[in-house]
Design a protein around this ligand. Structure first.
Ligand code: Z5A
Ligand code: MG
Length: 218
């Protein structure tokens, strides 16, 4: 990192069981390296189920409570806003922030229910904008064969297929409206190969970013 640079903000998105959490952990340890005395990379997962709002989301996802579709959408967004100042602080300190899911999941999972795309995007306008979003692409049929699938709300092939359609729209828009890089990664390959392909894209950002951080969709 140079004297004037900040940490990079990297988001990992993708369908259920595409390997986001697996790859986020591999990436964090690669960025952190053997030297543990300074924090070079932190990992934040959305939803963050540890906060008060996160606990409400967790109960909803495990079908232990019900919410109106609009209300749960706003809770997911609020869960990101409550972490926004933490993200800013890490980046300013030169630490790379990796987010396992972000606002794009918020739009994809709510718009597929029939809520308006623009309405779904609105509460996340102004959040810290990622420098790079890695979209882990995997066929829902492949994802279904992976561990843990089907335990929570939304974990059905039908839902995943309709979510994918919204993600495709988001990806197209992100590629054309100068919102930072949106890169698709073939996540159906074996873990180490996926990790190598991710590192190829992340490596240039690993020593810090000189440009100032932007706000999402502003
Ligand atoms: N949601 C929402 O509605 N609105 C929002 O704003 C946000 C989220 C942020 C919970 O998310 C739900 O919240 C999610 C969207 C919604 N619902 N769905 N569907 P979550 O992130 O907490 O969900 P999760 O339980 O962590 O699942 P996941 O994130 O979808 O899985 P993953 O992280 O992509 O996969 P993984 O845990 O790394 O790997 C899954 C398994 O596959 C595991 O056994 C691995 O060892 C295996 N794996 C990983 N990579 C590979 C490869 N390359 N080959 C073979 N096997 C592999
Ligand atoms: Mg995960």
């Amino acid at each position: 990192m140079t004297a004037t640079s900040r940490g990079a903000f990297i988001v990992i998105e993708g369908l259920d069981r595409s390997g986001k959490s697996t790859q986020a952990a591999i990436l964090q340890s690669r960025l952190q390296g053997p030297e543990q005395s300074t924090t070079k990379a932190v990992l934040i997962k959305f939803p963050d189920r540890t906060t008060t709002i996160g606990k409400m989301i967790d109960a909803y996802l495990r079908s232990q409570s019900e919410f109106d579709d609009h209300a749960i959408h706003l809770l997911f967004s609020a869960n990101r806003w409550e972490l926004a100042s933490t993200i800013y602080a890490h980046l300013a300190a030169g630490t790379t922030v990796i987010a396992d899911r972000y606002a794009f999941s918020g739009i994809a999972f709510s718009a597929r229910k029939g809520l308006s795309y623009d309405w779904c995007r609105a509460p996340d306008i102004g959040l810290p904008a990622p420098d790079l979003t890695l979209f882990l692409n995997v066929e829902p049929g492949v994802a279904r064969t992976r561990g843990g699938y089907g335990e929570e709300r939304y974990e059905t092939e039908d839902v995943q297929r309709s979510v994918r359609v919204v993600f495709e729209r988001i990806g197209e828009e992100m590629k054309t409206d100068g919102q930072g890089q949106w890169v698709e990664i073939d996540a159906s390959r074996e873990k180490d190969l996926v990790a190598r392909n991710i590192w190829r894209v992340v490596e240039p950002l690993s020593r810090g970013v000189a440009s100032s951080l932007r706000k999402l969709w502003e």
